[in-house]
Design a protein. Structure first.
Length: 140
């Protein structure tokens, strides 16, 4: 891996594919992607304060599972998004008593390109981030 961030849609998807490939080759436990910490400053609407309370959006991938935290509204957006990805299914929802939001685990038994499409759509459609958002690979 020589790149660790991208902000253009095509480059972000290449970053995700490269990260998934590196993760699989290294047999690491998971990889973590995060939106740039300015992501919520770039959002068009700032009405959803509960989303901002969860912090910078992040997604983990490991062992065929996508893991993320979201609000109730973002969970509904995720469920809508999953209609376009029939091979992806919610495996587990956890609502910790000591934290805001919901932890969601989605089975993602697909090739790296399809997982990359899903990850990018989660950042854009579920977290409602702009198409120019910079995503960082923070752990692989």
């Amino acid at each position: 891996m020589t790149r660790f961030d991208a902000s253009e849609p095509t480059e972000r998807r290449k970053l995700y594919v490269d990260a998934i490939t590196a993760h699989r080759e290294r047999a690491s436990g998971f990889l973590t992607l995060e939106a740039d910490d300015t992501a919520y400053e770039e959002r068009d609407d700032t009405a959803d304060q509960s989303a901002a309370a969860l912090g910078v959006p992040w997604i983990q991938f490991g062992d065929g599972t996508v893991n993320l935290d979201c609000t109730d509204a973002e969970l509904e957006a995720l469920k809508d998004l999953l209609e376009a990805f029939p091979a992806f299914k919610i495996d587990d929802l956890t609502r910790p008593d000591d934290a805001d939001g919901i932890n969601v685990r989605v089975s993602a038994k697909a090739d790296a390109n399809r997982i990359a499409q899903f990850i990018d759509d989660v950042f854009l459609e579920v977290y409602d981030l702009p198409s120019t958002v910079r995503i960082w690979l923070v752990d692989v």
